[in-house]
Design a protein around this ligand. Sequence first.
Ligand code: AMP
Length: 192
Amino acid sequence: MNLVLFGPPGAGKGTQAKLLTEKHGLPQLSTGDMLRAAIEAGTPLGLSCKALMAKGELVPDETVIGIIAERYDQPDCKKGAVFDGFPRTVPQAQALDRMLSERRRKIDLVLELKVDDAVLLARVESRIAAGGAVRADDTPETLKHRLEVYYKNTAPLIGFYRGQGKLTTLDGMAPIPEVTAQIDAALGAAKA
Ligand code: AMP
């Protein structure tokens, strides 16, 4: 089973991806995590992406398509994966479809977490107020820019996946266990 978790920055994709991983044994493939690991390791790829990520811009399509293909060919993805934060553009979604069909696989379901901008902003502010370590791109200013990038580049994927009959939209503002229950229901309906 291959799932895509989709939604604006801070919608809770990572949280739900981790829960799906625990429940279904599918690895979480987060391009954001992979890019942050590359920055941490000081690789050329990490260095080339660092400034773009700090500004809340997308890194080039070819970069993320390359790292996803490499990661997907690892043995733990035999039964599929949960894609978290990828694809983020229509060309990435097309590349993902191609990559999967070359491996005789497909995306089974796309889960859209819908959250109002004001709620996302309040979430960032509460993380900062809580005083924990926040990511370089986890500030109200950067969030506003990341949301613009989301609406311009990523939101068109809603129509792309709706056209394929794969999109399920969930209320990402509900408490975490309720969002998880909505995901379980969508997975049950997809299997039926
Ligand atoms: P995330 O952890 O998914 O919020 O991603 C953090 C940052 O990594 C994004 O703001 C982008 O700069 C970059 N990034 C992650 N995934 C992608 C992607 N699929 N396409 C382009 N840039 C990405």
